[in-house]
Design a protein around this ligand. Structure first.
Ligand code: GLN
Length: 420
């Protein structure tokens, strides 16, 4: 089902601007998926990055940039569906891909391409509908007009939805009794663009258990409070290659819980959240942070919280095993309870899409305009998602889609395309 869903997705972003030398710069970002002729496999089409500069005289220079991103088989018949954000350097030559191109065109989480002259920052201007960019060297603002085709995104979602709506394979997670009884016919897809536009199809207002998707906001909050390096040092950022609740992973890596995106690392991240030792204060920090990210009031589904608290024996072992290795930084039971509560938050697909868009927009919620976290954390969290967002199946997912994403046993999947 996921493969077929991925196969139906086609997202594209175009923008153009003219710089002060009169040169026109075009930006085309795209994630395209289709079934390839051979083997009926969805092929991810973030294949070619091109710098395309139309000169005033009409002469065009096309310079392909090797992409190097994940899941991008070199496909000769791929349209020029992806581009970096280009500006000219002082000598008038095309030079830089900025954060937009960098976020997607470079390996996820990499520092991206830079020219000798630095990078260009981009921020979306809600009121004017313009993307405002600031040259970090000259500090002069420039603008380019985004041409996101909302209709195109809507069509892509509808196409993906229609393609998989009759897929009935798989089954509900039932080790948490509440989840076994969630109607499995529910299905919806929502996309939030970084201009705040939300496009949705299907059951996108239903509140389902966020479950492990909550590991993403808590990892972000821990990095916001402690800095990315300290979270790397205290928890880690590695794939385990093992199921989400693996105890063996802790024994094998007794030095680290691997990553905040598996149960062990997520419980450890909950233990880090400030104010340490204050159960209610910590919970409020997490809840408020999730609300700021998704721009909506959310709450715990009490029945789910009870159901999981009564049956989470494996997670109890994890919490105490981590304590044994000094990887719990608060009371183990308190940390576990926080983790269970955050997993029981009810969320809709639309809210999850906004949460993803806030990450994609470098920490600024595109719907509310609130600055929720520091922009430098976006490549950190997308690196974690790309590494282990689907646990032991992350490679297959990334190979097929190229999208950093996070799953939850409540049925949610959240994917981020930074900068689009
Ligand atoms: N709360 C669930 C657990 O800890 C989350 C698991 C998941 O979504 N993968 O088991």
């Amino acid at each position: 089902g996921l493969r077929r869903l991925a196969a139906g997705l086609r997202v594209e972003f175009r923008a153009a601007r003219t710089d002060r030398h009169g040169q026109q710069h075009r930006l085309v970002l795209g994630a395209h998926h289709r079934l390839c002729d051979r083997g009926r496999h969805p092929v991810h089409h973030l294949c070619h990055a091109q710098t395309l500069v139309a000169r005033p005289a009409g002469r065009r220079r096309v310079r392909p940039l090797p992409l190097g991103g994940p899941g991008c088989p070199d496909n000769p018949d791929s349209p020029d569906n992806f581009d970096g954000f280009v500006r000219t350097n002082r000598s008038g030559r095309p030079g830089v891909t900025g954060p937009i191109g960098r976020s997607i065109a470079g390996p996820i989480g990499s520092p991206g391409r830079r020219s000798e002259e630095g990078t260009t920052e981009a921020r979306f201007h809600r009121e004017s509908g313009k993307r405002e960019t600031t040259d970090q060297i000259t500090n002069k603002p420039t603008t380019m007009t985004p041409k996101i085709d909302r209709q195109h995104v809507a069509q892509a979602l509808r196409g993906a939805y229609d393609r998989v709506k009759n897929t009935t394979g798989g089954k509900n997670a039932d080790y948490i009794p509440y989840l076994a009884n969630v109607p499995s016919t529910l299905f919806g897809i929502a996309a939030c663009l970084t201009d705040g536009t939300v496009v949705a199809v299907g059951d996108t207002e239903y509140r389902f258990g966020i479950e492990s998707v909550s590991k993403v906001p808590t990892a972000l909050l821990a990095m916001q409070q402690y800095g990315a390096q300290e979270v790397l040092d205290r928890i880690g950022a590695d794939a385990t290659g093992l199921p989400f609740n693996s105890i063996i992973a802790i024994l094998l890596e007794n030095d680290h819980p691997s990553t905040p995106l598996v149960n062990a690392g997520a419980i450890s991240a909950c233990s880090l959240i400030k104010p340490v030792g204050d159960r209610d204060g910590k919970w409020q920090s997490i809840l408020r942070f999730v609300e700021a990210l998704c721009g909506a009031q959310v709450g715990v589904i009490d029945e789910l919280y009870r159901s999981e608290s009564e049956t989470n024996f494996n997670n109890r072992s994890i919490a105490w095993l981590l304590k044994n290795y000094n990887r719990i930084y608060d009371d183990p039971d308190l940390s576990l309870d926080l983790y269970t509560r955050q997993c029981s938050i009810g969320i809709t697909a639309k809210e999850l899409a906004t949460l993803a868009a806030t990450i994609a927009a470098g920490g600024r919620n595109p719907v509310t305009g609130e600055e929720v976290f520091r922009a430098e954390l976006t490549p950190k969290i997308t690196a974690m998602m790309a590494t282990v967002g689907f646990y032991e199946h992350t490679g297959d997912w990334l190979f097929n889609t190229g999208l950093p994403a996070k799953t939850g046993v409540g049925g949610g999947i959240m994917a981020v395309i930074p900068g689009v």
